[in-house]
Design a protein around this ligand. Structure first.
Ligand code: PEP
Length: 249
């Protein structure tokens, strides 16, 4: 199993040509290391095309969302089975943008987590507190609730990852301090240990990670990778973050 997972969340960015260009640059990287897994999560429309383009043992592909039903009358939705059929291995579930703009609740997120794991996808469950939560001293309470409800009924953790993303640090240029990251990842790790026993679940940090701060963040204990938004659209920055992880192995 790799030591770090470096994952890019492209959000609703790139047309197909742009996506192919970024993917080509990442895929051509000379210094791939099996200790560090590289994952990109482009828009749904590109996944099938990109899986034809890459060696999936070098660059893994993930989606940014999924519906929990396998098929049916759910206009506009995409199922786990559809993702698997185009070479998609991972899915991000519960990103704060989905929670806030699309009203995704912990209950809905839990259905997606359970069904994606059952379908055989690897799941990155995103959790994180708002600035208001942090300032009112409620960070751990909010995270505990997101974890407890989001992971209800989950027993098998081999395909599960958690991304801790303070909402106030996403796309804002603000990163949590090393102390905040360290304390919070420790809290999440303790929760997972209690909930699952001897756990091997990777905990990624997300929130304005970039080429400059990646090494410091990735060196914090219980940080097992990054979920990267803005910087993942720039191959040079994303590869520099990837390389920081290699240097820490
Ligand atoms: C994200 O969207 O998950 C994210 C961390 O974005 P950014 O790196 O741009 O803050």
């Amino acid at each position: 199993m790799s030591k770090y997972l470096i994952a890019g969340n492209w959000k609703m960015n790139t047309n197909l040509d742009e996506a192919k260009k970024i993917t080509d640059e990442l895929h051509g990287y000379k210094d791939f290391d099996s200790e560090v897994e590289m994952l990109i999560c482009p828009p749904f429309t590109h996944i099938g095309f990109l899986s034809e383009l890459v060696d999936l043992s070098r660059v893994s592909l993930g989606a940014q969302n999924v519906h929990y039903e396998p098929k049916g009358a759910y206009t506009g939705e995409i199922s786990n089975e559809m993702l698997l059929s185009v070479g998609c291995e991972y899915v991000i579930i519960g990103h704060s943008e989905r929670r806030s703009y699309f009203n995704e609740t912990n209950e809905l997120i839990n259905k997606k987590v359970v069904n994606s794991l059952n379908a055989g996808l690897r799941v990155i469950l995103c959790i994180g507190e708002t600035l208001e939560d942090r300032e009112s001293g409620n960070t751990n309470k909010v995270l505990e609730e997101q974890l407890t409800k989001g992971l209800l009924g989950v027993e098998e953790t081999i395909n599960l990852k958690i991304a801790y993303e303070p909402v106030w640090a996403i796309g804002t240029g603000k990163t949590a301090t090393s102390e905040q990251i360290s304390e919070t990842h420790k809290f999440i790790s303790n929760f997972l240990n209690l909930r699952f026993g001897d756990n091997i679940i990777k905990i990624l940090y997300g929130g304005s990670m970039n080429a400059e701060n990646a090494k410091d963040i990735l060196s914090i204990s219980n940080v097992n990778g990054g979920l990267i938004g803005g910087a993942s659209l720039k191959p040079e920055s994303f590869l520099s973050i990837y390389n920081s992880a290699i240097e820490l192995c």
